[in-house]
Write a protein that binds this ligand. Structure first.
Ligand code: SRM
Ligand code: SF4
Length: 586
């Protein structure tokens, strides 16, 4: 397959960096290969494709059989949309629902960053799918790749609470601000020359921050060393897991609800690699307070510091969390201040976040309308024999044209509901056997798993497909030891990358070897303390049983109201019973 040969200077760059530079602002070799009648893209094109919002995958359930038959892998593409604050306009949902049936695997998946993923799109159809998304108020631009991803915000449409409105508003503004300026996305995927393209805010020149690059003043032609993630929240809501973000903003208002500015956290991140001690999850650290008028400059300054000083030689050390960690927050702050040309103000004191919020069930929006939070197990919207969730959501969309809010816990909120429609909506859900939140067990409502097998190329173990069973087992055991009324947040991932943020769960399960999981405990239920490893390799089959003595000990020794994570942290992991943990040999 054709690709532009790199120049001599580019040859010295690590391959991942050279590919970005040679791409001519995210065009080649993707543009050339997209027109070729092949089943899949080359490695370089795959890297550029990510910036356009898509990953090349193959069906891992079929890999071995195809290999034995001497056939190539069953390739397809996963597409990811951008929904700042999780907001999804009704026409976009209708489009995605239809596209998933026509071109995807018939499912949509709500992600842990409040976007949609569509799996199973063939290379030949990717242009049609992206164009349809763009024509219907959506985009997949910069949802993957070494660039700023979807900007998160608390999903609850509390329209009478100014702080929530500010968070949603700034999620959109910062998402637009940090989009790439190259037009390659539209050149590649949009055939319709008449289509009105979105207008992005103009980047006013910022001498120390912007590069001498007419196309990408903020990113340059090498973009960032690694992926970059931002979220905005309000002081009494940590549903976005604000400490896990590269940049976390907390809205600060005055007594009348007027926006004063933002507390800023920097350097959070979950990803790690087994047996590489130099990789680890980190919580964001307080950088300071920035008045609203300066926030866009300071955000660009932080991003530019990572652009210029982040590690471009080693992708395992390239996230901004390692820069903050290695420099220390004081030096990081000084450099950001120099880039931004201003001193940051002291962090505004805020109370601790409440534990494990979600927005399930019927609630008033504060403007006379209602919203309904539906728990979507692992975010997977599909029809099964037991429940026709996808059909029900489509019918509701057709009849009431409701916008959605996607939540950071992979749930869906139907918003702007006229109270008169409540009964009809409930009837549609009931007729299609869609469980309402009260029908689901408390653990199921809180639990999250990443997709893992069969789509994720990095998965070591199962996750989404085994979590429901495991949750049932753990919840039964929890009840048996007398804890039925106490909540527990369980999160599982098929590898240590941390896509379901397991290191912030009260019980985190992380795939280590096929069939085996690391067990993490001790995180706080409000997302402000990381978990630690209790067991390195536990077979899935024995996991629930091995936890029984730990749960019993917790039941006996906990303080009144003390959560499981807080208890494990207080007593120390070495004090937790180990005797029934099956011994595992390497
Ligand atoms: Fe993730 C890579 C799925 C949120 C950390 N993530 C992947 C890929 C694309 C695998 C790949 O690179 O080939 C997964 C696609 C699986 C599939 O079949 O769909 C994938 N990540 C997901 C989603 C869909 C999980 C979910 O259950 O919803 C989430 C999509 C979010 C979105 O809408 O943008 C998702 N990923 C996260 C999060 C959580 C978050 O952002 O709040 C994290 C941890 C936070 C962080 O970034 O530190 C996360 N994903 C990773 C990493 C490790 C990054 C690192 O710093 O080491 C990788 C691998 C990589 O980048 O090399 C990864
Ligand atoms: Fe894939 Fe690992 Fe992310 Fe799960 S945590 S989706 S297995 S990269």
């Amino acid at each position: 397959m054709t690709s532009i040969p790199p120049t001599e200077a580019q040859v010295r760059l690590p391959r991942s960096e050279a590919v970005k530079v040679a791409s001519d602002y995210l065009r080649e070799p993707l543009a050339t290969e997209a027109r070729q009648p092949t089943s899949h893209f080359s490695e370089a094109a795959v890297q550029i494709l990510k910036f356009h919002g898509s990953y090349q995958q193959d069906d891992r359930d079929k890999r071995q059989e195809l290999r034995q038959q001497g056939l190539e892998r069953d390739f397809s593409l996963m597409l990811r949309t951008r929904q700042p604050g999780g907001y999804v306009p009704a026409p976009l949902y209708r489009t995605l629902d239809a596209l998933a049936d026509q071109y995807g695997n018939g499912t949509l998946r709500v992600t842990t960053r409040q976007t949609f993923q569509m799996h199973g799109v063939l290379k030949a159809n990717v242009q049609t799918v992206i164009e349809a998304i763009v024509r219907n108020m959506g985009t997949t631009l910069a949802t993957c790749g070494d660039i700023n991803r979807n900007v998160m915000a608390p999903p609850a449409p509390f329209l009478n609470r100014p702080s929530y409105r500010h968070a949603q508003d700034y999620a959109r503004r910062l998402s637009d601000l940090l989009l790439p300026r190259t037009r390659s996305y539209y050149e590649l995927w949009i055939d319709d020359q008449e289509l009105e393209l979105p207008i992005l805010p103009e980047l006013s020149p910022l001498p120390k921050i912007h590069l001498d690059d007419p196309v990408e003043p903020l990113y340059g032609n090498q973009y960032l060393p690694r992926k970059f993630k931002c979220a905005i929240t309000v002081p009494d809501d940590n549903s976005v897991d604000i400490y896990s973000q590269d940049i976390g903003l907390i809205v600060i208002t005055d007594a009348k609800g007027e926006l004063r500015g933002f507390n800023i956290l920097v350097g959070g991140g979950m990803g790690r690699t087994h047996n590489k001690e130099e990789t680890f999850p980190l919580l964001g650290q307080p950088l300071g307070f920035v008045p609203a008028a300066q926030i866009e400059t300071v955000i660009q300054a932080i991003l530019a510091v990572q652009r210029d000083h982040g590690n471009r030689q080693d992708r395992k050390q390239a996230r901004m969390k390692y820069l903050v960690h290695n420099w220390g927050i004081r030096k990081f702050r000084q450099v950001v201040q120099a880039y931004a040309g201003q001193k940051l103000k002291p962090w505004h004191k805020i109370p601790p976040f409440p534990a494990g919020l979600n927005y399930l069930g019927w609630q008033p929006q504060g403007d006379g309308k209602l919203f309904l939070g539906l728990s979507i197990p692992n975010g997977r919207i599909r029809d099964t024999e037991d429940s026709q969730l996808k059909t029900a959501l489509r019918l509701i969309n057709e009849q009431f044209a409701l916008p959605l809010q996607l939540s950071p816990t992979q749930d869906v909120i139907l918003r702007d509901i006229d109270p008169q429609w409540r009964e009809k909506i409930t009837t549609i859900l009931r007729q299609h056997c869609v469980p309402l939140p009260d029908d689901l067990s408390p653990f199921t409502r809180l639990a999250m798993a990443c997709p893992a097998l069969p789509t994720c190329g990095l998965a070591i173990t199962e996750s989404e497909r085994v979590l429901p069973d495991l949750v049932r087992q753990v919840e039964t055991l929890w009840g048996e030891v007398g804890l039925a009324d106490t909540p527990l947040i369980i999160r599982m991932t098929g590898c240590p990358n941390g896509c379901a943020r397991p290191y912030l769960a009260e019980l985190g399960l992380v795939g280590t070897l096929p069939g085996y999981y690391q067990v993490w405990v001790g995180a706080s239920a409000n997302g402000s303390r990381l978990a630690q490893v209790l067991w390195e390799k536990m077979p899935l089959a024995g996991l629930a049983e091995a936890l029984k003595p730990v749960f019993t000990f917790y039941k006996q020794e906990r303080y009144m109201g003390e959560r499981f994570g807080d208890f494990c942290h207080r007593v120390g992991l070495s004090q937790l019973p180990q005797e029934s943990a099956p011994s595992v040999s390497d």
